[in-house]
Design a protein around this ligand. Structure first.
Ligand code: SAH
Ligand code: SF4
Ligand code: F3S
Length: 463
């Protein structure tokens, strides 16, 4: 079989990262392996995101670069995948003559057939049909692990229709994969070297409800029994559906990392209503209290939108108040952006970009102080870390002098990045063992703005 190279450019959320991995697996039987060098590629796939205007622009600016590349290399095949592909479909082929195919969010498993058909008979293909059968993911072959941690999509689509959001329109209706399929894929991932799995869905709390499958906490319990799997994470949870059963799972399941991403979006009840989020800030506080009562150390993160149409200063103040009151470990904050199909694009009270940015920066400043304070409070504590590899500073291409100790990087249970050195008894020197994939205790020395720094004592490591 000939050796061909595919370059996959991934924008957007973890679901796109997962789908890009599926693309790689699906293309292997056609003789493709992945390259990190665009110029070498025989096939380029741009896996796109449409959640904000900026993400869409980023996709088109990358795709635009392929025009020159295709002039140099006539045989290059270029495809657009993901949420912008689903949204724009044939328009992309009409606008961009150097794109050969457009593959929608429900067509992932058909990539192999699309590429083979273009290789054999040329032509241009658009496949954006919706396919309700999410079991298509199950046809995928064995795992080849690139890293100790990986994603698994357990459900597709979304039925919540938040008024600002494009996702339900480009990912379709919510559907859940069967537990058997999920468990066998996780087993295969663990066999391939993965220690940590993040379960993905737009709202994992409604997992299986439509299909009459086990509930999400029940699924967690089944996954917990998988031998060799060390850590379980998940994203995302919609606050309206977070159950007491899930809170209990944090208490009962050792492998479930003590972190929850529970996006509140905003602190004003009036705006939450207009966003169609179906909870109030009081409901949200109640959920946070339950989580913290059950699990006092749990790390809590959120997504926030500022500058939603009609957001008055007092609404924005309510968001700042909520952020101060909850004291999130971290937030992902965005300036509101009009999206196709999303009702909010038609709402009154749009705000100039300058004011949206000003509010965004103010919110980020408030959170930065909280994040820093929380990280400093961790100084002196021992955190258990899953080591992901050497930190960037220690890679061979860095200009750090050889005499500096090797720096490792990993994540704490609460999902904070902890960079650390290893100390032999008293000597302060580093050791030449590979810690990648190990789960080890590390003492936090410094709490920084967005990460932690620490030291692992060799005598404490059970290697
Ligand atoms: N299903 C997840 C979120 C998926 S989109 C959930 O419900 O939490 C990720 C984040 O992008 C959202 O949480 C929201 O904060 C942000 N987002 C979505 N649409 C947006 C828009 N039109 N403008 C700005 N931010 C948006
Ligand atoms: Fe978008 Fe809301 Fe669905 Fe999340 S829950 S994907 S924000 S519609
Ligand atoms: Fe973006 Fe689609 Fe994910 S719009 S955030 S890639 S579901």
């Amino acid at each position: 079989m000939s050796n061909k190279l595919v370059y996959i450019y991934t924008i957007g959320c973890q679901m796109n990262v997962y789908d890009s991995e599926q693309f790689e697996k699906l293309l292997a039987p056609l003789g493709y392996s992945r390259t990190e060098f665009l110029e070498q590629a025989d096939l380029v796939i741009t896996n796109t995101c449409s959640v904000r205007e900026k993400a869409e622009e980023k996709a088109f600016s990358f795709i635009g670069r392929l025009q020159a590349l295709k002039k140099k290399k006539k045989s290059l095949i270029s495809g657009v995948a993901g949420c912008v592909a689903q949204q724009e479909g044939k328009n992309i082929l009409d606008r961009l003559p150097y794109v050969d195919f457009v593959i929608g969010t429900h067509a992932v498993a058909r990539l192999h057939d699309i590429v083979r058909s273009i290789e054999i008979s040329g032509g241009r293909i658009v496949d954006t049909s919706f396919n309700e059968d999410i079991e298509e993911y199950n046809v995928l072959p064995e795992y080849r692990s690139h890293s100790v941690s990986g994603f698994i999509t357990i459900m597709r689509g979304c039925d919540n229709f938040c008024s600002y959001c494009v996702v339900p329109h480009v990912r379709g209706r919510e559907s859940s994969r069967k537990p058997d399929a999920i468990i066998s894929e996780i087993r295969s991932a663990v066999k391939g070297g993965r220690k940590e799995i993040t379960l993905l869905g737009q709202n994992v709390n409604s997992y299986g409800k439509k299909e009459g499958l086990p509930s999400f906490p029940e699924l967690l319990r089944m996954i917990h029994d998988i031998e060799g799997l060390e850590r379980i994470r998940f994203a995302t949870s919609h606050p309206k559906d977070m159950s007491d059963e899930l809170v209990k799972a944090y208490k009962d399941l050792d492998k479930l990392c003590k972190h929850i991403h529970l996006p509140v979006q905003c602190g004003s009840d009036r705006i939450l209503k207009s966003m169609n989020r179906k909870y109030t800030s009081a409901d949200y506080f109640e959920k946070i209290e339950k989580l913290r009562n059950a699990c006092p150390d749990i790390a809590i993160t959120s997504d926030m939108i500022v500058g939603f149409p009609g957001e008055e200063l007092e609404d924005f103040e309510a968001t700042l108040d909520l952020v101060r009151k909850v004291e999130f470990d971290n937030i992902f904050a965005f300036a509101y952006s009009d999206r196709p199909f999303a009702p909010a694009a038609m709402f009154e009270g749009k705000m100039p970009e300058k004011e949206r940015k000003r509010r965004l920066n103010e919110l980020l400043d408030v959170q930065d102080e909280i994040s820093k304070k929380k990280n400093v409070a961790m100084e002196g504590r021992t955190e258990v870390v899953l080591v992901e590899g050497m930190s960037r500073r220690s890679n061979s291409d860095s200009d750090v002098a050889d005499s500096e100790p090797v720096q490792w990087t990993g994540r704490t249970d609460g999902n904070k990045v902890l960079n650390f050195t290893v100390e032999q008894d008293g000597s302060g020197s580093d050791v030449s063992i590979d810690l990648t994939g190990k789960i080890i205790p590390v003492v936090v020395a410094d709490g920084l703005g967005h990460s932690l720094r620490g030291v692992a004592k060799l005598k404490n490591l059970d290697l």
